[in-house]
Structures are given as C-alpha cells and as structure tokens.
Design a protein around this ligand. Structure first.
Ligand code: CDP
Ligand code: CDP
Length: 227
C-alpha cells in the first residue's frame, strides 16, 4: 500500500511557496496547510484586541481562546478566526509588517507548531512556511527549500498588488521583503533556514509550472522508494 507523504515547502517571502504548494496538493489530492496564514491570523487578532505584539505571556493567553480553521474555497482556501472569515484581512499590509514580530515569540511558535503537527499527523499533506522542514515536520519525506532573487520576488509581489489595485513602488516592496527575511532568519527560535536534507530550488528563472513539475517528480520518486 502507498503511504501518503508529508511534503514540507519552506523559503523566504514571495518565493512562490503557497502558489506551488496549492498546485502540488491538488495534483496529489493532499491537504494544503498554509502556516503563514496561521501566524497572520494570530497577528490580526492581537492587533484587533490591542494585545502587545511582543508580549509572549499575553499572546499565549490570547491563544488559549483562539480558533483558526481552514475551509476549501474557490479559488482561494478560506481562513476563519473564531468562526469569522479573515481570508482577505490577514493579507493587509499592516498585518504583513507586524507578523514577523509575533512569529518571533516562543509561546506563539510552540502553540502553532502543535496545531500544525496535528494537521499533518496522518500524512497526505503539503505544508508551507519557514520552519516546516527544520522544526514542525523534521521527518517529512519530501523537503523543498524555494528561493528566488529579491528583485524577482519584489517584481512578483508588484504584479500581485497591481491586480488588486495596489501600487506600492518596487523599491519599497524590496525593502519590506528584505526586512521580513532578515527578521525571520535571525530570530532565536526556529529561524528561516534550509534543512540539511532539503532540496534547494532556485525559481528566479522558472515558471510556476516548471517548479510544480520538478517537485512532482521528486514526490513520485519518493513514493516509489518507500512503496
Ligand atoms: O508573505 P508571505 O506569503 O511570504 O508570508 P507567509 O508565508 O504568509 O508568512 C508570513 C510570516 O509568518 C513570515 O514572514 C514569518 O514571520 C511567519 N511565519 C513563520 O514564522 N513560520 C512559518 N512556518 C510561517 C510563517
Ligand atoms: O507563498 P510565497 O510568499 O512564497 O509566494 P506566493 O505568494 O506563492 O508567490 C508570489 C507570486 O509569485 C505569485 O503571484 C506567483 O504567481 C508568482 N510566481 C511564482 O510563485 N513562482 C514562479 N516560478 C513565478 C511566479
């Protein structure tokens, strides 16, 4: 019988993780889990409730009464906070610019890591984030580390924004991406870093379909090996 795998996709901001992870999940009929959306949801709630974003105890207390759920949607997966839909709200620039501070708090990481492991327990999962291969799912059968140049990632975000009618200059986007990557890579607890057994894929010059094809080949190969 075929074992259903755990697929971990990590990398810096706007490397294409969620776009590719969703397509991989669809192709293999796996569940997709966007761990960045979970950190964003916690950040949104803390901002709404005026909980200090750098107070680990206050955030831990808030989390004991916080429910985060995903529901399938078309085309986007929907995100719910305490039963209320927040899919769009968690993508607002103020959440984006505060999320790394919240994500650096050990209490928040411990809580969300537990939730993520429960979601992934049965396998058949594609999970994307920053610390999936290194910390959340250290035994994942497939680990991918997606990278792209900061210029290319700023261009991609610029295009995404333009489609939504947002016109932040490329230089500003570049700075925001660099700031967030720096915070994520230098925090004390499970920083963004490539797992020793992860496969590094530079997507700067690759299309989405090319990236999906490469990762699909790796998954098919892995399934054969452990069949
Ligand atoms: O904007 P982008 O889609 O690249 O980011 P995201 O995946 O939505 O993640 C937002 C933020 O959450 C990151 O910048 C990290 O600070 C944090 N995060 C994390 O610390 N660990 C994860 N596994 C996922 C996200
Ligand atoms: O999840 P993460 O922040 O890593 O990136 P994303 O939101 O999935 O991707 C950012 C943008 O890059 C999306 O508009 C993708 O369509 C685009 N893109 C990509 O993901 N991969 C490529 N090889 C080329 C473009």
């Amino acid at each position: 019988s075929k074992k259903e795998l755990q697929v971990a996709i990590d990398g810096p901001a706007s490397a294409g993780k969620s776009t590719v992870a969703k397509k991989i999940a669809h192709r293999f009929k796996y569940v997709y889990c966007d761990t960045g959306a979970m950190y964003r949801t916690v950040t949104l709630k803390a901002m709404r409730e005026n909980v200090a974003l750098d107070d680990p105890e206050a955030l831990a207390k808030m989390l004991t009464k916080t429910e985060i759920t995903f529901k399938p949607g078309n085309p986007e997966q929907l995100v719910f906070l305490d039963g209320q839909e927040v899919t769009m709200a968690i993508r607002q620039p103020d959440v984006t610019n505060n999320v790394s501070t919240v994500a650096a708090q050990g209490t928040v990481r411990a809580d969300l890591t537990n939730r993520q492991r429960q979601i992934a327990e049965a396998g058949g999962i594609v999970m994307d984030g920053r610390d999936i291969g290194t910390s959340v799912l250290p035994d994942a059968e497939v680990k991918i580390f997606l990278v792209a140049s900061v210029e290319e990632r700023a261009q991609r975000r610029f295009k995404d924004n333009a489609e939504k009618g947002i016109h932040t200059p490329i230089e500003t986007l570049k700075k925001e991406i660099e700031t967030r990557d720096h915070k994520d890579s230098t925090r004390a607890i499970s920083p963004l870093t490539q797992a020793k057994d992860a496969i590094r894929l530079d997507t700067t010059a690759l299309s989405i379909d090319e990236v999906v094809a490469k990762i699909s080949d790796i998954i098919v190969q892995k399934r054969k090996e452990i069949e």
